[in-house]
Write a new protein. Structure first.
Length: 282
């Protein structure tokens, strides 16, 4: 399990089960680094806005969803602090991710009593990964599981997380690209389609059918009567070639991306972008 710390003003995550960010870049970084089962650690700031009893303390932790969301699409304006809106009425933390499970530390310990070192400034606007030894100490703390509010949008989000679990692979040649996936071996760029919907999943793999089977493991077919299937595929001499086409295709479909490597678009739009990405090297 990996854990990522972020500074907060208090226990608001108990009332509104989302983690919010002022920048989409900070949220996307968290979603790229984390995997299902990893946790977000909430640390009270040392500012006046945080209650004195909570300042500099570990407040709680949560497992997160894997779909980037807009805060105001899932949380009512009235549930948010008026101080977090600018003079034009714009919310300062518009990017959010759902909390699927959460725990409160009881009592909340001082960060300095648990972690080997203080957090850097990165944890204020975004997240900072915690070392393995610190994670072990955190997991040993007394913690109470929270009963989170069931907001309709978040209930749907939790179900989608199980059905459409995102998986983001490393670039071929990266240190964490495993030996089973050689950067020099042949591979394919693919587009999977979910049922007959205009929802597609873009990626690359050496074994497309094996990849399809792995993706469908997270789909409750017996409930939905739908699953992913191969829609388009192109074989390349190397994994690097396949990866680069994947990235060109995702770049062309940026406006239609619904989360990570998934896109919502018509068959014609995808086919057009696919043909362009196939013949271009930009």
């Amino acid at each position: 399990m990996r854990m990522f710390a972020t500074r907060v003003w208090g226990l608001g995550f108990e009332r509104v089960p989302v983690a919010t960010f002022g920048s989409g870049g900070h949220l996307n970084r968290l979603l790229k680094l984390a995997d299902r089962g990893d946790r977000l650690l909430f640390v009270g700031t040392k500012t006046e806005r945080t209650a004195p009893a909570l300042q500099g303390r570990l407040l709680g932790m949560a497992e997160i969803g894997f779909e980037p969301m807009r805060t105001l699409e899932i949380v009512d304006h009235a549930d948010l602090d008026a101080r977090d809106f600018d003079d034009g009425g714009n919310y300062k933390f518009p990017h959010a991710v759902a909390l699927t499970e959460a725990w409160r530390f009881s009592p909340p310990p001082l960060l300095s009593d648990v972690l080997a070192s203080q957090l850097t400034m990165v944890a204020t606007p975004g997240v900072e990964e915690i070392g393995e030894e610190d994670v072990a100490r955190i997991l040993a703390l007394p913690a109470e599981r929270l009963l989170l509010p069931e907001l309709p949008a978040l209930k749907r989000m939790r179900r989608l997380n199980e059905v459409l679990r995102p998986t983001t692979g490393p670039r071929p040649g990266d240190a964490n690209y495993t030996v089973e996936r050689s950067a020099h071996g042949a591979a394919s760029t693919y587009a999977f389609r979910f049922g007959k919907r205009n929802l597609f999943k873009i990626g690359h793999a050496e074994d497309v059918q094996g990849r399809l089977a792995a993706v469908n493991q997270h789909v409750p077919v017996e409930v939905l009567n739908e699953q992913w299937s191969v829609y388009l595929t192109h074989r390349w001499p190397t994994s690097v070639d396949a990866y680069e086409m994947e990235q060109r295709l995702l770049k062309r479909m940026e406006a239609r991306r619904s989360g990570f490597e998934r896109v919502q678009c018509s068959e014609g739009d995808l086919s057009s972008a696919w043909a362009s990405a196939l013949i271009s090297d930009d």
